[in-house]
Structures are given as C-alpha cells and as structure tokens.
Design a protein. Structure first.
Length: 269
C-alpha cells in the first residue's frame, strides 16, 4: 500500500480550459490507483519540481479524477500549464465528503467563484436521482461574466435544474442579475422545510448565505460548507489547517454548519 505522504503518478488524459486562468484536468492512474474519492474530498496534487497544493475533486468517473485548478501561485500555475500526456503526482483521498441528501429533499447549491468546482459532483449526483426526487437549484456568483465555470455543463444543468448566476461587474451585454449571490435566494425554487444546502466559496459569502438560510427556517443540520486553510500535509500532522477545534484536512473540508458556524464567526484580525 502506498504511504499517505507518497504521491502516485497519474497521467493527464484531458485538459479543458474553463476560464482565462482556470482549467479542468482529467487524471487517470497508471501503475497504482488510489482509493476511491467521494464528492467533497480533496487530493494533494504535486507538480514535479515545483510543489503541491490541495485541490478538491470536481468530478469522479470510475478511477478517473477531475480537478479544476485556478492559477493563483507557482504550483497552481504549473498545474494549469500541464498538457495531456504529462504526469502529476496525486495523493489522497483526504478529508470529509458532502452528505447525501434524503431522496425527497430539495438540493440547494450556492457557490462563489471557484467554489463551484467542489460542488460540481453534488450537482451530478442530484441530477442522477430518480424522477420524483426533490428539486435542484444552483446559485453561483462571480466577479464578472468571463469568470463563469463549466460553460459546457451549464446547458445540461439548465435542462433539469434551476440555475441562477449573478456577477459583481456585468460588462456589456450581460442579461442576468448583478449583486450578491445571497440575493438569488429570493427567486430560488427550494422549499425551506425540505432543503439540504451545500455552500462553497469565500467565507463571508458562506456566513451570509448560512445566516439567511437559518433565518428562513432551514435547520443548521441541513447546511454543509466546504472550508479551506493552508493544508500542507493533508493528514492532520502539521496543524497548519487548524480552525478553532478543527483540523480541516481531517475534520473537513466539508463541515456541517452546526459545527462550522461558531469558529467561522470569530474574527481573525
């Protein structure tokens, strides 16, 4: 068995440009296959000779992993430059997974920016539920229209779900809403008495969204968030990802709001 800190070589089978600074990589195992990933979990992706970063799975297809990476530093820039046929070191799976909603529950996905990537498997699973299951609503907020993720998926989602997108800076020709993603809750078609909510994005957005959902009557136990800190080891050894009593590489990244709400309310100033 491969040690938890030893990367396994995965080959890049496909590279899809999502936005100007974001790509989705499809990775396939070669000599060794890691244990199955669950939606919400993350891998440590290693760009050989540069370093490694934690990246949640944005799709799971058998033993193929899909990771959506935004270029924000040396390692992520190297990963975004990688081409099909190249190699990436992968270790994992790490962390907690998104909960599975009851069959009759409405599924509410609220994302900010790149936060839609860890939520993509939630959307896939909700779309795969049998007919007669609860409704699916996807709310996403971006700085500007060009930042929208998964343009190839959006038409598929819209055929079976409510998809609402808002931006901060609309630009010429933008036909949709402008403002905070929380403002989309007023037009989202979920039922507060049977809703399971999944949130990922900037922490102020998640705090505001969770607070609004609680105000509308959604129980804290039906709200889950994905949190991010400096996950250097991925195994809970180094302590860099501590958030109050939580080590997010072990106790997260997916945490129920009943547990996450208190540490997220503490000012870090």
């Amino acid at each position: 068995m491969t040690a938890a800190t030893t990367p396994v070589a995965y080959r890049i089978a496909d590279r899809r440009q999502e936005t100007a600074d974001t790509v989705t990589l499809t990775l396939v195992p070669t000599a060794h296959t890691l244990a199955p990933f669950r939606p919400g979990q993350f891998a440590m992706l290693y760009a050989f000779g540069v370093g490694e970063v934690p990246v949640s799975v944005s799709g799971i297809s058998g033993d193929r992993l899909h990771h959506t990476v935004r270029a924000v530093g040396k390692v992520s820039e190297a990963l975004c430059r990688a081409e099909p046929g190249g190699w990436i070191g992968v270790r994992g799976p790490y962390g907690t997974a998104w909960p599975s909603p009851p069959a009759e529950s409405d599924v509410l996905v609220v994302a900010g920016g790149i936060g839609l990537a860890p939520l993509r498997p939630v959307i896939d699973e909700a779309l795969a539920r049998p007919a007669g299951s609860g409704r699916l609503s996807v709310l996403a907020g971006y700085r500007e229209p060009a930042d929208q993720l998964f343009p190839a998926d959006l038409p598929v989602w819209r055929r079976r779900a409510q998809v609402l997108v808002t931006v901060d800076r609309p630009g010429p020709g933008w036909p949709g809403p402008v403002g905070l993603v929380t403002e989309l809750l007023d037009t989202a078609g979920f039922r507060t008495d049977r809703c399971t909510a999944f949130l990922c994005g900037p922490e102020p957005m998640m705090r505001a969204t969770a607070g609004e959902l609680l105000r509308r009557g959604v129980p804290a136990g039906r709200i889950a968030v994905s949190l991010e800190r400096n996950m250097r080891c991925g195994t809970g050894w180094c302590g860099h990802c501590q958030l109050g009593p939580l080590l997010l590489c072990r106790d997260g990244p997916v945490v129920g709001w009943a547990r996450a709400g208190e540490p997220l309310s503490v000012s870090e100033r």
